[in-house]
Design a protein. Structure first.
Lengths: 116, 113
């Protein structure tokens, strides 16, 4: 099946710094990728839709200037958390839709961000 | 707006017990329904999905789910759980392009040996 990877799997940073998270589709191309955020013991909340070659679409309440998304190629999307604060600490997960008819989304393993 | 509710937040069962996890959704159009599982330390994996046709859907590892349109429900079932089924289970609904997914809050299942 299709594989989506994320890097890094865990990152700790100081408050005020920026952190970049990569999401790659390893064996298929993805013109669209999705970024989710998962708080402890809560569900996944869609943050934004990353579109290759165009601007990302953000969900209501998500600060686009804080969570910068770049879909640089058909296999790579990046999420940059700018000027991170402790409240940004969370589990960030990306996904990409499969390319076959009737296919579903494939999820990355997630990146745990801890902001000190 | 789409929403998904899962009634059970934590479920504890003994091995061989039967499982049913509730999922209700709210959506005004044609929906695609999914159950995902997240084993400890692993990423989300698809258990099963419903797009159309037979409302009783069979998935991997002996799981099945029934889509009841009149009740806006898509409950997950397994006749006999195993210790290895310990995981978190998420119900999700997507539009016909199965692009955006809206997830329920998840159910943590603990199966004791």
């Amino acid at each position: 099946g299709a594989v989506v990877s994320q890097h890094p799997s865990w990152v700790i940073c100081k408050s005020g710094t920026s952190v970049k998270i990569e999401c790659r589709s390893l064996d298929f191309q993805a013109t669209t990728m999705f970024w989710y955020r998962q708080f402890p013991k809560q569900s996944l909340m869609l943050m934004a839709t990353s579109n290759e070659g165009s601007k990302a679409t953000y969900e209501q309440g998500v600060e686009k200037d804080k969570f910068l998304i770049n879909h640089a190629s058909l296999t790579l999307s990046t999420l940059t958390v700018t000027s991170a604060h402790p409240e940004d600490s969370s589990f960030y997960i990306c996904s990409a839709p499969g390319t076959s008819a009737g296919d579903t989304q494939y999820f990355g393993p997630g990146t745990r961000l801890t902001v000190l | 707006a789409q929403s998904v509710s899962q009634h059970n937040h934590h479920v504890i069962l003994s091995e061989a017990a039967s499982l049913e996890l509730g999922c209700n959704y709210s959506y005004g159009g044609t929906v695609n329904l999914f159950w995902y599982v997240q084993y400890p330390g692993q990423h989300l994996q698809l258990l099963l999905k419903y797009f159309s046709g037979d409302p009783l859907v069979k998935g991997i590892k002996g799981f099945e789910a029934e889509f009841i349109k009149s009740k806006f429900s898509f409950n997950l079932r397994k006749p006999s759980v195993q210790w290895s089924d310990t995981a978190e289970y998420f119900c999700a609904v997507g539009n016909t392009g199965f692009q955006k997914l809206v997830f329920g809050t998840g159910t943590r299942l603990l199966v004791s040996p």
